[in-house]
Write a protein that binds this ligand. Sequence first.
Ligand code: SF4
Ligand code: SF4
Length: 251
Amino acid sequence: MAETGPSTNQSMSQSKGQSTATLRLKVGDLSIAHPITVPSGPVAATAVLPALQGLVNAVVEAAETGRTISCRKGCGACCRQLVPVSRTEGEALLALVEAMPRERRKAVRARFAAAAATITAAGLAERGTRSDREMSVAYFALGVPCPFLEEESCSIHPDRPLVCREYLVTSPAELCAGPRQEGVTPVPVPKLSLAARRLQDESETWFPLALLMAWSRTARMPAKRRPGTEWVQRFLRGLTRSAPPAPDSVS
Ligand code: SF4
Ligand code: SF4
């Protein structure tokens, strides 16, 4: 993210409680101009997540250009990696699970419980003194499928975390199952998801997605409400700040 230089145009238009602007970002070698629409009034950070997802999709699409991507539906080895998610995304995913039909919700919750039990038994529910790399390798070795993985495909694809959108490879898919992903060649997608982790004033900026339900039971500061445009400004400021500590292998 060293060359990140985000800027927005100065003409933000407002209509029917929504504010629209074109974000002009220079991230790495990519230059992106992307329209973004967010609520004008005070909202929770989750309310601007759809706009950030659209922005990440646009950045990923630009990064993919001219490359042959190996990723396909039904190819889910990467969905056993440690997936770091922020509070904002955690809250949105919790709401997603709560809105599922009862039987599906029950099945998803059961998979989260099984994943949490395995991760906890392995001593990986806490980061401890491990380096991020050690944590990622140990986690992947557990082979715990993401609780949202069904038939080796993401069952929440339109709502998947930002970091999942940013991870795609050009190397053969079979390499992704290797214990250290040797030979895996990720597309160099600028990690906007890191900025999303800084949206809220949390000391812990991420937790493993598979521990979502356990995380939901932890004490947190009350969620703040801010105008949508202010959340976007915080996100843009986060792009220019140094990356927070986080695992380097994420799906
Ligand atoms: S990252 Fe690897 S395992 Fe995941 S979808 Fe792409 S090719 Fe398949
Ligand atoms: S949320 Fe979807 S894409 Fe991300 S790790 Fe889970 S199953 Fe895979």
